[in-house]
Design a protein around this ligand. Structure first.
Ligand code: FCB
Length: 464
């Protein structure tokens, strides 16, 4: 990489981040690894979902992805050259425990063992996510997350990974974005396993949280005290379009289903009363058994926050009705005219500050931003270089938003850019590029974009 350093602008709030602030880049297994049938790995729900006609844009699959499974050492060199402190990666359950049952697969865990050593040798600290959506297919066949047993299976699998890597890895996060697993996977059918059943999605929420609690309790019991444990949630801010009762109620419901349904049980040991009332009205119950909430409330050392956008919502449809033909309340996202990313997501950095301060005030946990970033329609030059000013400006405003939240008292200790490199963006396939490093999928060549140099230089400047 080029070695010129862009000096930090001292009028920028980013300049107030202390030298102790920790920086990282993030990826996830299915999005980058490829090698889906190698080393004893069995199928996950994403391998199956990718075969469903029209489920994924252009019929893309994770079969090869960034071929990271075969290119890991050179990818770690890229990470090292960015000068980051941390690398957040996820472990593929069906690699480590094929079919989601039985003993650990030595070849599967061996990959993460080598990755860990390679990172440490490069001076980069590994940060683990145990579940980034790639459930072994056999566990989905047995009912998936709506089935209580999956929570216990997850705890067993987590212990396999912990036993193998705990001597070298300090931070252990259980789930990435359980909202996506439950809602996109089981209610909206947009993600694997592609089910459309709201009642099942609510059972999935509870079992995901239970799995988090069971796994964390067991890992902590086996820890010598050197580790920290947490979970990553995706959140935003929902602002009512007007002050009407219907719009305010739509914002409340969105906050209840997006944020409080996870954080209230995790931190306070109870589901929010307004949500439980809503669910009862819709004939849905959370499958809570005696003792579950105690398990779910196991202490969190760190809360991972993934932020991409915020929304303005209305509780009425275009004709002013507040219920839909099924009698369910209307929740409609209202465009506000802000600039959009290639995902169609509004760019709302001030919502990020607001979210972080609110999380601090309401839940009081140490926070790491475990994902933040943006997709744009990158145009490479003939050398593959992308001058992604739009992505730089997104990072600049959002890292600035983090700095402002710190100034307002939020205990934010670090930030991970999503993502190290372009990768398989789930139902959007390879078309949406979030990387700070470009991947040419024909040649697998990696080329750092301008945002990679900007990120490296920002980190360097802040270290003084
Ligand atoms: C998050 C996911 C991550 C990536 C980004 C864009 O919801 O955790 O895998 O797809 O969105």
């Amino acid at each position: 990489m080029d070695t010129t350093v862009t000096p930090v602008d001292h009028a920028n709030p980013i300049a107030t981040l202390p030298p102790s602030f920790r920086w990282g880049v993030a990826t996830s297994a299915y999005q980058i690894e490829g090698a889906v049938a190698e080393g004893g790995r069995t199928r996950s729900i994403w391998d199956t979902f990718c075969e469903v006609p029209d489920a994924i844009d252009k019929g893309d699959t994770g079969e090869i992805a960034c071929d990271h499974y075969h290119r890991m050492p050179q990818d770690v060199a890229l990470i090292r050259d960015l000068g980051v402190d941390l690398y957040r990666f996820s472990v593929a359950w069906p690699r480590v425990q094929p079919r989601g049952q039985g003993p650990v697969n030595p070849e599967g865990i061996g990959f993460y063992d080598r990755l860990t050593d390679e990172l440490l040798a490069g001076g980069v600290e590994p940060w683990v996510t145990l579940y980034h959506w790639d459930l072994p297919q056999e566990l989905e066949d047995a009912g998936g997350w709506p089935n209580r047993d999956t929570a216990y299976r997850f705890a067993d699998y987590s212990m396999m990974v912990f036993d193998a890597l705990q001597d070298r890895i300090k931070t252990w996060t259980t789930l990435n974005e359980p909202w996506c697993s439950a809602m996109l996977g089981y209610a909206y059918g947009a993600h694997a396993p592609g089910r459309r059943d709201f009642a099942a999605s609510m059972r999935a929420v509870h079992h995901l949280l239970l799995g988090h609690g069971l796994a964390t309790e067991r890992m902590r019991a086996a820890s010598d005290g050197r580790h920290e444990f947490g979970i990553t949630l995706n959140m935003g801010v929902s602002t009512p379009q007007t002050d009407s009762a219907a719009d305010r109620d739509a914002a409340r419901r969105s906050d209840a289903l997006g944020t409080r349904i996870y954080l209230d049980p995790l931190v306070r040991g109870r589901y929010p009363a307004d949500l439980v009332d809503d669910l009862a009205r819709w004939g849905v119950t959370l499958p809570v058994e005696d003792g579950d909430l105690e398990v779910i409330r196991t202490p969190l050392d760190v809360l991972g926050v993934n932020y991409y956008f915020s929304e303005t919502v209305s509780g009425v449809d275009e004709d002013g009705n507040d219920t839909d033909p099924d009698g369910l309340p209307v929740s409609r996202v209202i465009p506000t005219g802000r600039p959009l990313t290639a995902m169609g997501w509004e760019i709302v950095p001030e919502g990020f500050t607001q979210l972080l301060v609110r999380l601090h005030n309401d839940y009081g946990l140490p926070i790491y931003v475990t994902e933040n970033g943006s997709a744009f329609d990158d145009v490479p030059d003939e050398t593959g270089y992308v001058d992604d000013e739009d992505r730089v400006s997104y990072f600049d405003s959002h890292i600035g938003a983090v700095a402002l939240a710190r100034q307002q008292g939020a205990d934010i200790r670090g930030y991970f850019a999503w993502s190290l490199m372009d990768n398989f963006e789930w139902a959007y396939g390879y078309d949406k590029r979030f990387g700070i490093v470009r991947v040419d999928y024909d040649t697998q060549e990696r080329t750092p974009k301008r945002s990679a140099y900007w990120y490296r230089d920002t980190i360097r400047s802040l270290r003084g």
